[in-house]
Design a protein around this ligand. Sequence first.
Ligand code: ADP
Ligand code: MN
Ligand code: MN
Ligand code: MN
Length: 346
Amino acid sequence: MAKYKLEYIWLDGYTPVPNLRGKTQIKEFESFPTLEQLPLWGFDGSSTMQAEGRSSDCVLKPVAVYPDGARTNGALVMCEVMMPDGVTPHSTNKRATILDDAGAWFGFEHEYFMYKDGRPLGFPAAGYPAPQGPYYTGVGYSNVGSVAREIVEKHLDLCLFAGINHEGINAEVAKGEWEFQIFGKGSKKAADEMWMARYLLQRLTESYGIDIEYHCKPLGDTDWNGSGMHANFSTEYMRTVGGKAYFEAMMKAFEKNLMDHITVYGPDNDKRLTGKHETAPWNKFSYGVADRGASVRVPHSFVKGDAYKGYLEDRRPNSQGDPYAIASQILKTIAEVPTAKASAAA
Ligand code: ADP
Ligand code: MN
Ligand code: MN
Ligand code: MN
């Protein structure tokens, strides 16, 4: 038997952007605990915008567990927030709204800034550093500074240790801005891992006096790059059947549901999706092959041989978006599109 440090992690009820919360309980297990072995737990919802003061208990239901590379015998336990009955999802629980679909795959590309002393890491105390150009995928002290790479490397190792399917990293267009990608098979997997990766990043940077700035346009209306969280997605039907007619019907559904998507794609997206800097205007849906100025970019691989099969990239979600809410809305819209099988049956 060993004593395990279980960090129960959940999303609070702040709007429009939930915060990560976590607390530790110690429990004994023979070996690293499985999800089934992890008990429900509770917290005071009145301190997290999830309950009124008088009857404030909310329930934490473990939904995924990962080894914690920063702690001996540590486990990171992703939780859904439930009502006191333990079975009804709390209204802030967006994960519970994602359709169960083992054949749905998501790949999120998360851009973010590291901030120190109220400005992007590497920015001078007053004014700006040299203009954008050399920072994207750059190397060398004047491009990436002296600690950023150490942090992203440690973050990568923590993610890999946890079993998170981190797919890659790059320095981004603005100084102090970075990206990582996470891919997952199953409608909730990449979103779970994205929230856990955010947790690991925020916890890691504490000791550096660095905060992660998720705002999609932290430097305001300037040429300094914003931060997105492109959502690449596919369903089994898209990958194996697809076809031009289905694709076009899907894009119609995306157009019709424009506002439902924008609502969950992160706040202040009108400041980022301006039509400039490889973005499409937020209030007009568009798509195009290899078009980084469209709402949805259609990869060459998708249209190859007129197959219209594979994955698509919705470029609108931003870095403050909740991947649970994003995955949920994308699958909801796709579910509105009749498949050939369904129309044949009708
Ligand atoms: P770019 O920066 O050119 O948009 P990236 O390589 O950063 O491209 O991101 C592409 C993302 O697409 C990756 O996260 C990858 O996992 C994801 N992806 C690739 N194939 C699929 C698929 N079939 N379904 C869903 N996502 C996919
Ligand atoms: Mn990318
Ligand atoms: Mn990028
Ligand atoms: Mn992309």
